[in-house]
Design a protein around this ligand. Sequence first.
Ligand code: MRU
Length: 334
Amino acid sequence: MNLPRTVSWVDGKLVLVDQRRLPDELAFIECDSVESVADAIKSMAVRGAPAIGVAAAFGLAIAAKSGKIEEVRKAADILKSTRPTAINLFWAIERVMRAVESSDDIARAAEEEAIRIMEEDIETNRRIGEIGSSLIEDGMRIMTICNAGSLATVYYGTALAPVYVAWEKGKKLEVIALETRPVLQGARITAFELIHAGIPVKLIVDGAAGYVMKNIGVDLVLVGADRILSDGTVYNKIGTYNLAVLAKRHKVPFYSVAPTSTFDLRSRREDVRIEQRPADEVTKIRGIKIAPEGVDVINPAFDETPPDLLTGIITEKGIIRRPFRRSIKKILGH
Ligand code: MRU
């Protein structure tokens, strides 16, 4: 794999792969204000739960250069209002805020903590890859939705980390990527990064997942997560729930793959806000109108997969299996 890091910190500025421009070009944007970081997250220049968490951490590091704690608190509120579902965003902001609130040198404390979160992300994902690759046998066909790859994190990814590690170990495999409407992270980003890594990938429309499971065969489904509750309920890209139902029907093992920072042990299902995105993501494809003017739209960015549809959850601390509530408690040490 020779992709650049999705998020980096260069001379006090946040540098991001601009994912809005993929797959046409691998371009970068620089953010040197809290507003530009918030805008990058909102507009999905940077996306994927771990990557937005790291980006927000650096947004606070930028605010902390002022040396004023009120500025950092204000920045935290701005960054928290960007996207509501991925818990990693709130987790990373809380971590930096804790470091800042207990330091006399807030600029240094924020920068150091943000760098730590970034470096930990790479190590965690590598570990997830090692653990998850034990499930991948030679010749497997693996289905995934959205992009939970390197470009959704700082490096390696979550759902794609086991694929990268298995491939590195010489296992033959093929990935089936769902295009993932409305904003096509599967087509634009997953297909791009797997081709970049030289890993065989076939792209399908979301509606073809059942056909492929039934007629071609899928050995394993690996998806990411934006938030996982204490009972194992998984919030991930819209369409994940459909895929989990199909996997159960076709007896295909279905795993969510996520770092332990994606777990939210405090919230109940009714507390989780599913982000609703603009209608024109549905009525247009990359700016081209595909629906009649004025049609009403429902555009949830994420859905909820109940734990009874999961085979397990792959984390950097091991694979969580049933009974989920007890195993989650044990692995997270709570
Ligand atoms: O809307 P996005 O592109 O940010 O959604 C991304 C996903 O749903 C991913 O599966 C999830 O964030 C995990 S990324 C490692």
